[in-house]
Design a protein around this ligand. Sequence first.
Ligand code: GLV
Length: 341
Amino acid sequence: MTGRIFVTRRIRDAGLDLLTEAGVELQVWPGAEEACPSRAEVLEGVRWADVVLSVLTESIDREVMETNPRLRGVANFAVGFDNIDVPVATELGIPVSNTPGVLTDTTADLTWALLLSAARNVAVGDSYMRGGHYKAWGPNMLLGEDVSPGGDGRQKVLGILGFGRIGQAVARRALGFDMRVFAYDPFAREAIEADEQAEWADLDELLRESDFVSVHTLLSDDTRHLIGERELSLMKPTAYLINAARGPIIDEAALVRALRDKTIAGAGLDVYEREPAMAEGLAELDNAILLPHLGSATRGTRNLMATKAATNALAMLKGERAPNCLNPEVYDGEAYRKRTG
Ligand code: GLV
């Protein structure tokens, strides 16, 4: 197959091999694992390419897409796509795809790792050991909160914000901890009401009643700062907030204040408002467990994401419908015909 694909970060070989075997011209940004291409390098790569395989660290906005009138598609290596201006892509006739389905369980598992670690001081305990503080077992040492009915016999409430694939997978895992599950998602009310485990709750009720609140919505103008000072003040002082979705859904400065003032008991975060930066003061708080966006970070899942993104990119290059296209209406539009014609 002829054509050029620019890959903005080195993804797993499972995906790159598919592209190489298809015979396309490939340009993989050559920088280090912990670095991202500069804006100029992204623009240069996009100008060279027919299709871009992007990663969530690269902003694919109007300027980037308008830089190449031949661009036939953007295949994102992520289920989230807030790094791409999809309405602009649609206006310009550029198909955009993501990698849904393959990272659901992996991200749900990581959410639970955060929840359990926050409730039971796993990270604090680890630092305690490494810091040489463990001199003798203590009856009051590093006490956390139960997740199962456990100590106080009370069934705990898990509140899920966003009842899509990942939210539902997180809910399923709560069965093993004998929890009651509340869910809020204005786009999935029927799914929640039909679900055997979850019960519909409106946002304020969910925040008031939950022992653990876990965020699983997409990032959009509707969900930016969905959790701010008012919402945090509704939560119980013994409750924990978990976020393995997108940072800007939570007002991070307000969260730092809430954690510092003990408005809530703790937080488990995998994502940040201005990632990779953290809000001032967050890193000093020992009632927050902080991970570097590891939600989908297993070898198996990253292989699947790589092959899915590569498959979408190849379909775009061939002028076929990408299997995970987010804006399929582009295929019927004049703008797409012009740029691919
Ligand atoms: C990761 O954050 C993803 O959206 O896949």
